[in-house]
Write a protein that binds this ligand. Structure first.
Ligand code: SF4
Length: 442
């Protein structure tokens, strides 16, 4: 098979993309303007094998990678465009961009409150929000093979320092884990950890493969490489080393779960992705799949049922359908919660039981992961039925609760308790946990 060399295109060099050669200057200026505010990166695989250029600009993969003016609210776009058109100096352009970025909720879901402490010092690059699971953000994995226009991690890629998490090494986190025997899962995330060279990833992983962490059962790696650069596992210079590293994790007696991010069935359509999946699975790793539900990209039940079916055909495990987070270009991608639920259930109805490992639609919000069970009527009131499938307090998990029906709500913070109550059952406790910059309970 072909073994293309990876080539990234960003705000700096996107005018070299061959498919844009005939585009009018006004369209290129639009990309330039938006990419001043929101990070932009694509690559030759996405451009050559995933985007259908006959369908641009509505093509889902184009929408997933390329900036467009609708990603910014009109006043923000006008403000940035004016600065660009005036030929403002670079420092002024940066200041305008930063002022807009700060209005886009860069610290969504209170992530900065979850940093663990070891001997009174913050363990940099880690988050411990749920009792069993710790997240680690290796510093060398703070970018991706391409950037998703909807991504809630856009502040990390934009240099908003208070929103950036990253750890230079994993030794301190391994020490922290030794003191927390209830942690069974470590999620290595980014950016995209699989952007790292095999040698670098090995340096981060090895401290966790010790016998001194018998309670650490699962190592998960969150990645979109299978969708954005499957050659990572096929023909990159260290592809084989990556696979040997995966085998080493399995040999340590732990489960390695590749948490693969697929937004659209087209990402599962190439020979490269099919072969990459098979090579990963041959190492003993399992692949679980997840994606947010996004207007303009995948807001149709049949796209999800096709995706789940194809994933199962490839021996992958459908895992999560997420609700788009309340940050960045949320206004462009958001789907009202009731519609999210309708899309989920119609897709779910179309597939057999083997695909129904998937859970959704789920909001990964400040108090925890909240699943929308549906819209129903209780005591003559139309309500959303909800439940936690992860909570800052493990005791919240699995408890159904109800919110007043709101046809426009797109996130948990837009919902109010049903039945005339003033607070959801978890709110007082949550406040205390956040104030204390809490460690997870238990
Ligand atoms: S690959 Fe993942 S981390 Fe990177 S931009 Fe996309 S969603 Fe965000």
């Amino acid at each position: 098979m072909a073994s293309p060399q990876y080539r990234a295109y960003t705000a700096r060099n996107f005018r070299e993309i061959p498919q844009l050669a005939d585009w009018p200057e006004s369209a290129l200026k639009e990309i330039e303007t938006v990419s001043r505010v929101l990070p932009f990166k694509t690559n030759n695989y996405v451009i050559d094998e995933l985007i259908d250029w006959n369908d641009v600009p509505v093509d889902p993969m184009y929408t997933l990678n390329f900036p467009r003016h609708e990603l910014l609210k009109a006043p923000h776009y006008r403000k940035m465009a004016k600065a660009v058109e005036n030929g403002s100096p670079e420092h002024h352009l940066k200041a305008v961009a930063r002022s807009i970025q700060l209005e886009l909720n860069p610290d969504a879901s209170g992530q900065s409150a979850n940093v663990p402490l070891l001997n009174g010092h913050r363990v940099s690059g880690a988050q411990h929000k749920y009792r069993e699971t710790v997240l680690f953000f290796p510093q060398a994995g703070q970018t991706c093979h391409a950037y998703c226009t909807f991504c809630f991690r856009w502040p990390q890629f934009s240099g908003l320092s208070h929103s950036r998490f990253s750890g230079r090494e994993s030794g301190a986190l391994a020490e922290y884990l030794k003191l927390h025997p209830k942690v069974t899962d470590l999620l290595i995330t980014g950016g995209d950890p699989m952007i790292m060279k095999a040698r670098t990833l090995a340096e981060y992983l090895e401290p966790f493969l010790t016998d001194e962490l018998p309670h650490l059962k699962t190592i998960r790696i969150g990645t979109k490489t299978l969708a954005y650069w499957p050659y990572r596992y096929l023909t990159d210079s260290d592809s084989d080393d990556i696979l040997r590293l995966f085998e080493k994790v399995a040999a340590s007696g732990r489960t390695l779960a590749i948490m693969a991010h697929f937004n659209h069935p087209v990402e599962l359509s190439t020979e490269a992705v099919r072969k990459a999946i098979a090579r990963i699975q041959a190492t003993g790793a399992q692949i679980r799949t997840q994606s947010p539900l996004l207007r303009h990209i995948n807001d149709k039940p049949e796209l999800w049922s096709r995706m789940w079916r194809k994933q199962v055909d490839f021996n992958c495990i459908p895992y999560y359908m997420f609700v788009e987070r309340d940050t960045g270009a949320k206004h462009f991608f958001a789907v009202p919660l009731e519609r999210c639920w309708q899309i989920f259930r119609h897709a779910y109805q179309k597939v057999s039981g083997i695909c129904r490992t998937v859970r959704g639609p789920v909001m990964s919000a400040t108090p925890g992961k909240v699943q929308i069970l549906g819209v129903t009527e209780v005591a003559d009131e139309k309500v959303f039925a909800l439940q936690f499938i992860q909570g800052r307090n493990a005791d919240w998990v699995g408890r159904p609760f109800f919110a007043r029906y709101d046809k426009n709500a797109t996130w948990l913070n837009g919902l109010r308790p049903a039945f005339g109550e003033h607070r959801f059952f978890f709110e007082n406790e949550l406040k205390g946990l956040l104030l204390a910059k809490m460690q997870p309970m238990g």
